[in-house]
Design a protein around this ligand. Sequence first.
Ligand code: NAI
Length: 215
Amino acid sequence: MASREISQAVIRRLPRYYRYLGELLESGVERISSNELSKRMKVTASQIRQDLNNFGGFGQQGYGYNVKYLYTEIGKILGLNEKHKFVIIGAGNLGQALANYAAFENRGFVLKGLFDVNPRLAGLTIRGVEIRMMDELKDFVKENDIEIGVLTIPKTKAVEVANLLVDNGVKAIWNFAHTDLNLPDNIIVENVHLSESLMRLSYNITRYNEEHEGK
Ligand code: NAI
């Protein structure tokens, strides 16, 4: 694990390096130069060198990066070599879709439980994981050492439920509810808003259309 602080901008880019290196590994590539990686990822070679130098630089001049080593090290930096137990709160459309996505487990994220307030969902299972009612949440989170809570509930309930999770030892929230949670600074929050991504897409479509109008 790198001891010094790595900027959030670099951290945001690491999952993409990890994905590319994973694909290279799968296709049997053992070494890659920053120039080659740059061509594939459409990021400048100097950006790649700068980013990877943050971790002491895994490359050797004129020899390229050892793909497997770099992949493993970035995985460690991202904490993917450890298991992270999580629960999903809100077993509706989105909660169930996330629960059905088996690939999270390949990255070390282990779904332990789903919680909801709708009694009609009680006892149903998604990929073998039971949907429980909210009155069981407190004890479940404590007993199972749950690290991450995923919020896929209406935004009006998000703050209350986030506080309940945090009060019972949850360290991080993956927040899909469209609201800011304002939790204590030691709690890690990652907000995911698909609609924001869609708005960026919309902006770029609009610009594209404007540029091509009348041509
Ligand atoms: P949904 O209505 O299918 O599911 C919500 C579930 O939460 C229901 O099963 C409901 O019974 C449960 N629920 C309500 N209050 C609760 C509480 N206090 N504790 C536990 N469970 C509770 O809705 P859907 O489509 O799954 O969306 C869920 C949330 O995610 C909504 O807030 C929606 O706006 C948001 N969303 C966010 C996206 C994003 O990119 N951030 C994308 C899609 C949805």
